[in-house]
Design a protein around this ligand. Structure first.
Ligand SMILES: Cc1cc2nc3c(=O)[nH]c(=O)nc-3n(C[C@H](O)[C@H](O)[C@H](O)COP(=O)(O)OP(=O)(O)OC[C@H]3O[C@@H](n4cnc5c(N)ncnc54)[C@H](O)[C@@H]3O)c2cc1C
Length: 389
């Protein structure tokens, strides 16, 4: 690997963009990260990161910084929403210190990535700098960037659109696929009621579900409530009233412990769940997409950030291997990622249908989960968790 390599421009400093910047800089590329937001604030809520993702982050030297903020749960407990009883417990393998299963706050993950990127000599992280458009030629790509009222152009060997589900890079690269509203809203908040066990709890109920897990260093419990609703504005951080969030979680469909969890959250944020169709063009010439910009999915496999992190690692490997032919490298990246991500998107949709069953179908689901048992249920996810770059 030579000392000085080409410049890669990354639009978006979310989880995918920052991971890509670190992975690319680790291969010797110079990276400019243009992030529209003026500062990387407390946006989002808790995230689950499975071993396929934490192995990449460990490889980038983030293990110690993240371990100080994360909880390593011992299991996922599946609960019956209406009956308030545990159905099955899926043990999580925490035996590999370099690839744990973690839960942590998105803001803590983003801050750790940004801190490392901010001190890396090959990374130029520009906040308050929005990507607007690009022009590609045979030798490179020129991106139009805007800071306030000031516009400037930046030339790079490649442009990576890591600018989320409403990606401006995708709009130009492949304008046809549009994010589709799923009919579901994620209500997200923190409860000050701390749960003692380091565990992810999934409560399944009719047409809705709840996920909770501890945020140890914040001394809080992360609560995500998913239910059907019609509000559908873009954005991560739109405030919601407790009445809106609690509307789907009432008796008798929801037992007292489940309702108590929802009622214990003082402040909610809502997020309309949008997905992208599988037919997005991920790469063309010197431009490629990564993370939600390429494959926004339902969060029911807890893999949206995980897939963005995997994308970043594969992208860096491909560019490292074919730095002499960037379009070929980006094409290879897209080819390596498409099938796996489509499989995870499919699983997420399927999980959503299973979690939200009602009546006799829900009873059959509960029975079959008990019969199959936690260890075998978790083994069905091993194709996700065992992936390594
Ligand atoms: C309820 C819920 C729970 C979830 N739970 C999990 C989970 O447990 N595990 C998991 O792995 N995933 C989870 N996800 C998914 C995960 O949060 C996303 O998939 C992930 O954050 C996507 O990362 P990204 O970097 O692709 O995009 P984003 O995090 O959206 O980042 C995009 C960045 O681009 C910036 N940007 C946008 N436009 C421009 C522009 N024009 N110019 C410059 N910058 C721009 C934005 O400001 C932002 O910083 C969950 C999602 C939801 C809704």
């Amino acid at each position: 690997m030579s000392g000085a390599r080409a410049t890669i421009l990354v639009a978006g400093a979310g989880i995918g963009g920052l991971t890509a910047a670190l992975a690319l800089a680790g291969k010797g590329f110079r990276v400019i990260v243009a992030e529209r937001a003026e500062r990387l604030s407390e946006v989002g809520a808790g995230l689950q990161l499975s071993p396929n993702a934490t192995a990449v982050l460990s490889g980038l030297g983030l293990r110690a910084a993240l371990a100080a903020r994360a909880v390593a749960p011992d299991a996922v407990t599946v609960m019956s929403g209406p009956r308030g009883v545990e159905l099955v417990r899926l043990p999580l393998d925490q035996s590999d210190p370099a690839a744990p299963y973690w839960v942590l706050h998105r803001a803590d993950l983003q801050a750790a990535l940004a801190a490392q990127a901010g001190t890396h000599p090959l990374i130029d992280l520009r906040l308050g700098c929005a990507f607007e458009h690009f022009i590609m030629d045979a030798n490179g790509v020129v991106a139009g960037l805007r800071r306030g009222e000031t516009r400037r152009s930046e030339r790079a060997a490649a442009l990576i659109g890591a600018d989320g589900v409403w990606s401006a890079v995708r709009r130009q690269l492949d304008p046809t696929p549009q994010p589709q509203f799923s009919g579901l809203i994620a209500w997200r908040g923190m409860s000050d009621n701390q749960v003692e066990a380091p565990r992810v709890n999934l409560w399944m109920g009719g047409n809705a579900h709840l996920v909770t897990y501890p945020m140890a260093h914040r001394r809080q419990t992360n609560v995500v409530a998913i239910s059907a609703a019609q509000w559908r504005e873009p954005g991560w951080n739109v405030p919601a009233t407790p009445a809106e969030a609690c509307a789907a979680f009432t008796a008798p469909q929801w037992s007292e412990p489940a309702r108590a969890i929802v009622a214990s959250v003082p402040q909610w944020r809502k997020w309309a769940l949008c997905t992208l169709p599988a037919a997005v063009t991920w790469a063309d010439g010197r431009v490629a997409l990564l993370g939600d910009a390429a494959h926004a999915m339902l969060p029911f496999a807890a893999q949206g950030a995980g897939m963005a992190i995997e994308d970043a690692a594969v992208l860096a490997h491909c560019l490292d291997a074919r730095a002499d032919d960037i379009p070929a490298a980006l094409k290879r990246y897209a080819g390596l990622r498409g099938d796996r991500v489509a499989r995870v998107q499919h699983l997420a949709r399927q999980n959503g249908r299973i979690y939200h069953l009602t009546g006799p179908l829900a009873a059959a689901r509960d029975l079959s989960m008990r019969l199959v048992g936690g260890p075998r249920l978790v083994a069905r996810q091993s194709w996700i968790y065992r992936w390594r770059a």
